[in-house]
Ligand binder design. Structure first.
Ligand code: PAF
Length: 280
């Protein structure tokens, strides 16, 4: 596996492969790879000639400097995982490489996506995500790029980026990977204690409860019950739990059989913020 630390080296390689007619797949990550990331690599490995993974802890998407400071780094293990999954190129740039001084400020109109749920609770987060994903798309020029469904709002935002900038890339979404208790895999789970990991599974339990009773119980009662499942006898604190229109992510108070919905949730445990979702 080739490890490229500079944009110029990566671009030269990509250009050469594209000239040979090869298709390019990209899995953008911030490292600390887990089975969720590896499932994205497996998915694209089977569908592209050249598989590129980027590892870059993008400072502009962190609204909390402490979160950035403590973001997990497991580079040796990541490289091993990438090699096992037959990744062709690891793009591993520095902050200066991705954000050279004197660049124009980034802003893109994400509409309501920026003011609900993750957008509301992590101000500026999606501007940072779109800024770096746009840079990566421009560099790698992937035919396909793959993201995990766990960050559902991030997918919506990237869809919007692709639409606004008219980018020739196909977005692939892979299902959320979970541990044996149902907890959605996330790089930040590394910071949970073993008992915390078990308690955090209550989040998925709540989502499943709501999913199961969606047609038989009043939505307000369901959300109340979901919050109880998450919080009763656990130190978990719900930040939001809502049933939303799957396209707009606006909360709904009624379900119509002709429409699609998603349950979204964020909760805190042991100082770690956990998010999850379940489409209906
Ligand atoms: O989902 C992530 O790990 C990050 O938000 C991404 C897409 C790699 C951008 O930094």
């Amino acid at each position: 596996m080739r490890i490229s630390k500079t944009k110029s080296e990566l671009q030269a390689f990509i250009q050469n492969e594209k000239q040979k007619g090869k298709t390019i797949g990209l899995v953008p990550t911030m490292g600390a790879l887990h089975e969720g990331h590896l499932s994205l690599l497996k998915y694209l490995r089977a569908r592209c000639d050249i598989l590129v993974c980027s590892i870059f802890i993008n400072p502009t998407q962190f609204n909390d400097p402490e979160d950035l400071k403590h973001y997990p780094v497991t580079l040796d293990q990541d490289i091993e995982g990438l090699r096992t999954h037959h990744c062709d190129v690891l793009f591993l740039p520095s902050v200066d490489e991705m954000y050279p001084p004197g660049e124009q400020e980034w802003h893109i109109d994400l509409g309501d996506l920026e003011t609900v749920w993750e957008g509301k609770h992590r101000p500026g987060h999606f501007q940072g995500v779109t800024q770096i994903v746009y840079k990566l798309f421009n560099l790698v020029k992937p035919d396909r790029a793959c993201f995990g469904q766990k960050d559902f709002q991030q997918i919506k935002v990237i869809e919007k980026l692709i639409e606004i900038k008219n980018l020739p890339v196909t977005l692939d979404i892979c299902p959320t990977q979970r541990d044996e208790n149902g907890l959605a895999l996330s790089s930040r789970n590394k910071f949970l204690s073993p008992s915390g990991e078990k308690k955090a599974a209550k989040i998925h339990e709540a989502l499943q409860y709501i999913h199961k009773h969606i047609h038989t119980e009043h939505l307000g009662n369901l959300l109340k019950k979901g919050k109880e499942i998450i919080e009763d006898n656990t130190p978990l604190e719900t930040e939001y739990l809502a049933i939303c229109d799957i396209d707009t992510l606006k909360p709904v108070t009624q379900i119509h059989s002709s429409k699609k919905y998603i349950i979204v949730v964020a909760a805190w445990l042991e100082g770690i913020r956990l998010i999850d979702n379940l489409p209906l």
